[in-house]
Design a protein around this ligand. Structure first.
Ligand SMILES: [Zn+2]
Length: 253
């Protein structure tokens, strides 16, 4: 994820209780994972930072693994900029440990056969590698495949650059693009017209899937613990986590 550095409500964000009181999510058409990814297609998850694949898309990964669809993960950065200036969490340590957290999280999702490609782009600088990323994604895509990634207008530069690269790769290959708002739940609010609600679909997570996702999120301890060496709070606040731990996920199709 890596903390959001700009946008409205960037500090406190819209509380999840406000989203839940809204009721607009109940009106969204349900996403059907079996219909989304054809039997012979592949689902390619593209994560700007280690944890985006679980926070935004973990429930869908559980469903698709259960359906025995082919799964791939493109890990764009290793998230080495999440603790600027920290003596304990240096970029080197983050580059070593955050990919291990993702590996553990995938196990907890029971997504055992995910083909992972790790691009090691510098955290915060995805825009500079956008064309390389587009070409990498497009290289292995067929028209039956589906790319799931962060929304092009999510409010975090890496999320947006990743979304743009994935969208361009889908245009090149004829694959289907599905986008996921991650930080948007933080900076936007119910009914916000900046979100393309007409494209929004809801994936309800049954209790088993929801529990797996919760357990997988807990694997990202570097993002969940306070940093004693700087006195900084956890990168992912409890308030922000509440959005991603809803018993449903929202996708833009
Ligand atoms: Zn991220």
């Amino acid at each position: 994820m890596d903390a959001l550095k700009h946008s409205d409500n960037a500090v406190d964000g819209t509380p999840e209780s406000v989203w839940q009181a809204w009721g607009g999510f109940d009106a969204l058409p349900e996403l059907r994972p079996d219909a989304l990814v054809p039997l012979h297609g592949k689902a390619v998850f593209v994560a700007p930072h280690p944890d985006d694949e679980v926070l935004g898309m973990g429930g869908l990964m559980v469903h698709l693994a259960r359906l025995q669809r082919k799964l791939a993960l493109v890990a764009v950065t290793d998230g080495d900029a999440s603790h600027p200036g920290s003596p304990a969490w240096t970029p080197e340590r983050l580059r070593a440990e955050r990919p291990i957290e993702t590996r553990e999280a995938l196990q907890r999702l029971r997504a055992f056969n995910v083909e992972v490609s790790r691009l090691r782009v510098a955290d915060g600088k995805v825009r500079q590698s956008e064309h390389m990323l587009r070409d990498h994604i497009a290289r292995h895509l067929g028209a039956d495949d589906v790319v799931i990634t962060t929304w092009r207008f999510d409010g975090h530069p890496d999320h947006e650059a990743t979304g743009r690269a994935a969208a361009a790769a889908c245009v090149q290959s004829g694959a289907t693009l599905v986008e996921v708002p991650v930080w948007a739940w933080h900076w936007s609010s119910p009914g916000d017209t900046r979100l393309p609600w007409g494209r929004a679909r809801r994936l309800t997570l049954d209790s088993n899937t929801h529990a797996r996702k919760r357990h997988a999120v807990e694997a990202f301890s570097s993002q969940l613990e306070e940093d004693a060496s700087t006195g900084h709070k956890a990168v992912l606040s409890q308030g922000a986590l509440a959005h991603w731990l809803r018993p449903f996920e929202v996708y833009l199709v």
